[in-house]
Design a protein. Sequence first.
Length: 374
Amino acid sequence: MKDHQSHLFEEEFTGWLAGLRALADKCREDDGAWRKVASQGLLSLAAPEAAGGAGVGYEAACLALEAFAEESGLSGLPFAMAAQMWACQEPLLEFGNKAQHDRYLAPLMAGTAVGAFAATEYDSGSDLLSLRTRADQHGDGRWRLSGAKTFVTNGPTADVFLILARTAEGSALFGLTAFLVRRETPGLHIGKVIDKTALAGAQLSSLHLDDCVVDDADRLGGTSGGFAVLMHAMRYERAFILAPTLGLMAGALRQAIEHVRSRTQFGQPLGSYETIRQRLVRMHMSLTSAREVLYATARRADRGALDHGRSSLTKLHVSTEFNRFCQELPDLYGGYALLPETGATALLADAVASRYYSGTSDMQMKIIAEGLGL
Ligand SMILES: Cc1cc2nc3c(=O)[nH]c(=O)nc-3n(C[C@H](O)[C@H](O)[C@H](O)COP(=O)(O)OP(=O)(O)OC[C@H]3O[C@@H](n4cnc5c(N)ncnc54)[C@H](O)[C@@H]3O)c2cc1C
């Protein structure tokens, strides 16, 4: 948390977190969970007070996401909220003007509107800068967007989409522009929910833009500013999208320890066998190391010192440790790993997904290697 925040603040925040945990405990099957959690202030924690946020910083926001995931046991909902916080709210905070803050940022932070970030296209995944959705400005100053997006987290429910489109040929550095597009805008068609095998509760869809007319006032970051908007979103998303998984790992570790202490084979608890104990120690190490790196990154962001290399390293490290953890988890349960109540195979699927969203592990590796001068 920020240096100026006092012991008093920490006590107050600890009390707030306890309230969030109590609420999260009741969130399991509740459709209104997004609004309830948002109304507690989770989505606005990192935003500065001047922009209507709580101004308590990134470390506090990540602690809240972790606590919410741990207590609720939900993976999709905190992932979807984190996606909005880092890929929609952060660019709005950085590049939005007062009118855009009032119109878009305030309802997103309050949870009265849901946001989605739409950059990926069918032919432009890792090669994102090759995206082909076009935006052309007409004589009346308004923009016409045409193209298709996919893998849009929150797509089925979002009220506002942050869409990246090409406004000039040539280098993506100068050829992309970001637009804020409301759900009801004519020409914006939302595809059906994409079936997936991970992150239950998070909804993804495609988007189709068919001569979708957007006001010039809804450009974010200026014409040709799309690359900067994208980089800003990715800097925060890569750093912090995995904060909820720390809570999921903590919950899974606790549940697994209870299991190996209570289940007996060959007349002894599973937890007395060295192979089982070593698995749990390795899982504990993975969680500890993932947590240390993510929170050190959050403290850097709170000092205004978050760079792309560090964000990629955080994403790569936390997702790698999450995968290591989940490789061990099913083996503590044997056949019972296949029962939904252990959550072991569902978490393994989430771990696999974490290698792909916000840029694949290969792409994070590429960014880190370039940072090393390779
Ligand atoms: C759960 C989830 C949520 C998502 N949410 C969003 C969202 O809200 N908004 C959004 O815009 N996008 C979103 N995405 C899309 C995500 O960013 C892409 O899936 C990701 O960038 C990878 O693109 P791809 O899936 O097309 O894989 P591909 O680019 O087809 O890659 C396939 C494989 O090839 C590898 N590869 C590709 N190029 C190279 C290379 N040059 N060298 C070595 N290996 C390479 C990749 O690392 C990967 O292993 C989401 C994805 C998921 C899974």
